[in-house]
Design a protein around this ligand. Sequence first.
Ligand code: PHE
Length: 453
Amino acid sequence: MEKHANFGSRMGAIFAAAGSAVGLGNVWRFPMEVGNNGGAAFILVYLLCILLMGLPIMVSEFVIGRHTQSNMIEAFRRLAPGRWWRFIGILGILAAFVILSYYIVVSGWTLYYTYSSFSGVLMDKDTDYGVFFGNFVANPWLSVLFAAFFMLLAHIVISRGVQGGIEKCSKVMMPVLLLIIGLLVLCAFSMPGIDEGLRFLLKPDFSKLTVSAVLSAMGQAFYSLSLAMGCLCTYASYFGPKTRLMSSAASVAAIDTFVAVLSGFIVFPAVFSVPDVEANAGPGLVFQTLPYVFNMAFDSVPWLGYLFSGMFYILLFLAALTSAISLHESVTAYVHENWHMSRKKAATLVSVSTMSLGVICSLSFGVLSGWTVFGMNVFDLFDSVSSKIMLPIGGVLIALFVGWYLDRKLVYMEVTNNGTLSERLFGVLMFLIRWVAPIAIMSMFVKGVMEML
Ligand code: PHE
């Protein structure tokens, strides 16, 4: 049998996993959730969710992936032969497939906005950004073309393999992404709305903290850390024996949270710099409100506006690409390992089939907008079903599997690298995995289902 692939270094492994976690969820979804749920108080709850629920599940996925050295479906088959636990793996890979098909659509938008920023179209004073966005997503050719181009980039990286593709690209893109974020934060600090932006982000107003906000924080933590989709499990199968699972998970979660919070530091000072713009503009915040904000905020120095906006959308693009790669890899690894296909063939099959679904998602903003289920177009349906149903179910099952089914000794040996590390927190970790995470996720699930009905 072919030797299982490995990341070349511990740093490479952390960058790759952080690349999966840092995505549109951090730069697009997080500021939107913070804006909708009242700012600082939401961020505090979010941090708690990362610690109490996100980290334990991430370590669980690492344990499963590294121990079995295989993709998610195969991993469960090996750990629990012949039992229905394998369903968790199938669900995870299916979720990755569905999410990837709509993720590439939004990722395509980031490419188009980068292009439009630098070409100056986006900064034209007379542009109505709502109409601009609406026309773009409804244009069947343009949006599909940009999504396909994005898919092609992800495809090339995946075809080059684990070390030559995924690891290499994460090691270049993650530092660039962090650098761009740093520059944008510096720019944001020179904006007139900085005081108000900071107050919004740092001064908690607990009166805005509803039960629904708490559950949204939980959902956001889950999505942002890329849990329950086989991505982290698959990446962990490429970890070497010396990689420390707990500290790697802590680093990934720290980088992910850092980028999310810094994105808030970029978006809100900008939003508060322009009168009549609300912080709770919802999903349109990044594609409809922000271009307007960049335009107004840099009214007197237009070239800075071009630059700020261009860099912001490159940031979104880079974040999206590393995440899409991990979703792609989760599915490709399965096809490659279990269907005995070469990596290149497996990657092509996955790229072509997700792109076909992606076309439908993309067209659901235009010609196919009439295709609805429960009042949602295909894009919204894929988003809701995957993040509100598939992920929570997968997450609970992973926690129950590692907490209650797997031999505690096996988990201990993985977490301590065969007893060579002392892990004083192991007992706490197991308590979180057995009790706190499943109960928290179940409540998220109930909320998600109630919202959909
Ligand atoms: N974590 C990514 C983000 O924040 C999204 C993602 C989810 C990526 C699941 C991979 C798997 O955008």
